[in-house]
Write a protein of this length. Sequence first.
Lengths: 324, 381
Amino acid sequence: MAQSTLIEAVTDALRHEMRNDDRVVVFGEDVGKKGGVFGATTGIQEEFGDQRCFDTPLSECGIIGAAVGMAVYGIRPIAEIQFLDFIYPAFDQIVSEAAKMRYRSGGEYTCPMVIRTPYGGGIRGGHYHSQSSEAYFCHTPGLKVVIPSTPADAKGLLISSIRDEDPVMFLEPKRSYRSVKGEVPEGEHVVPLGKGRVVREGTDVTVVAYGAMVPVAEKAAEAMQQQGKSVEIIDPRSLVPLDEELILESVRKTGRCVSVYEAPKTCGFGAEIAAIVAEKAIGHLEGPVVRVAGFDTPFPYALEHLYMPDVRRVVAGIEKTFNW
Amino acid sequence: MARKSAPRRKSGSRKAPRKSAPGQVAGSARMLSVLKEDGSLDPNRDPGLPTETLLHLYETMVRVREFDRRMLVLQRQGRIGFYGPILGQEAATVGSVAALEDRDWIFPALREGAAALMRGLPLHVAIAQLIGNDLDRCKGRQMPCHYTFKEGNYYGMSSVIGTQISHAVGAAMAARLRGDDVVVAGYMGDGATSANDFHSGMNFAAVYKAPCVLICQNNQWAISVPISMQSASETLAMKADAYGMPSVRVDGNDVLAVYAATREAAQRARQGDGPTFLELVTYRRLGHSSSDDPSRYRDEAEVAAWEQRDPVERLRRHLEQAGNWSADDEQGLQDRIAAEVNEAIREAEAAGPPARETLITDVFAEPTPGLLADYRDWLAD
Ligand SMILES: Cc1ncc(C[n+]2csc(CCOP(=O)(O)OP(=O)(O)O)c2C)c(N)n1
């Protein structure tokens, strides 16, 4: 097994699936010769030609609209949106069209496609290059929402997403693109959607985190260890479908739950985790379910390190489940 | 053909949208027309269809018209919830779909339901869609007039105006990538030309030379908003110029002109010469839908003027003049269609409501565990 960065694992998955299935095409702004602004499609056009990997006009609405038509016709589009912050012109195409295709046509037409896009803060991108708007998509029935936190998961989950029969939002934590490295199996490597991962076993409190918040949670767990508290970390890997059982099992064991997400706090996906735990594990709780999230503000530029949940805030959140 | 439809205006001569006399079409002299209102043909533009084909076009338009009329009646009687009639626009759909091959795909908008029937959607299944019952292929999940018919390469649209334009373009790109000899027809109304998806769809189509024909039924109205408020362009066809796409402005009430223009555009697409934009100039003679009262916003004189340009009568006149149609033929056809529609209504109305589990199926290939659990809880309560 080779060590690779998260973004290399994304490229690896794209290449693997394009070799595997000639219906797979990749397109978006600057994905061709340049290989994408972050480099996720490096070498793809070179290997597969400009019919299967091509640049598009600067129109998110057009990129996703065309992708929907392709998927309906029967090929497997992978559309790259340069930053999640620029997806809104395509929002209608995603939530009204892709998400509803199978349902509205009684199953006659389907929309198997992947929308890959970097999301999240921590790269000094300011408001328009840092947001985490996964909750909008989780709120739309018909969309799967997948967020990897490690290179191996990035590869395995992306391959599953491409093979999935329904539209998948594949959100890549851009802060982790190069900062997170790990072993990635060569060749075929599939991680099923809907199966979470126990990042670290523990007995006293459960922290649910995904994407770039997983490494933060891991550091917070180390810090808590010094205080004699054993933290279990669950990475759901896909928010839709959600591995509820894994989370509930953990919370039933630990009796405490902290949900960490970098999006604004109100109606963030971590609030859904809190609701599920409150609804289905209330009898096991020994303290409040705590959300550690971004503030309910737009995403700042200069003070992003204060806006985003960091080790100190996650530790404080964990402590609240003990002292309340 | 596929010529640029309207000469560019001199720069700086942008006028305020003109007020036309009732029923007058801006730039009507520059529309492609074959079949005159008196039933005669322009010999230079006649696509030379065999009598058999002309009779087929005529019968199809009559069937579509009768279906449309009866469905509006069913709505008035409370037997279906809503209906969007197409009276006066029959030639646009029938002529364009007839010019395509069956393997070509159709991405319809609101007024192209007749295309599904032409592709073989049984009448009673279409009516089941309007009712939203167990026979409906959408499983009762969409409002009326949202047919879907995959066997006929007829796409099931949403209600969101304009979104299907880029779907048509994407499908055309996919067809070419697969090496399929398939052309895609993407339809829209005049209102849709203001939507962002029109811009992205037209642009993508032209940039990638997608094998498609983008067809706008300019019926002059988008609910209560007239075309003059929709666009300050002299014609809709001229919008294609800016995308580097050829366009044709066609008399949309002339089934032969529509047929000829579509056939040529489809041929261009098929041989790899890229997309064409067609503006079919027609008129919505009834309300936007069964919920609309057009007397609140438009002049009846305008409607009366358009009645004079009826697309169905125009072709009948031609057939009669050529000795290919008689009063007896007409009576026979009307009787046959009335019986067909009656039988279809009976069959459709016999079906029950959609099965309860259709509440949760088809969201994904398999329901998520969370949804399944909620559904089971609900069943148990
Ligand atoms: C995006 C969007 N906005 C508004 C509506 C409501 N609406 C339904 S039909 C319509 C007018 C459509 O006009 P046009 O495109 O000219 O088609 P026509 O109905 O005349 O065939 C409007 C405003 C809608 N369905 N979608």
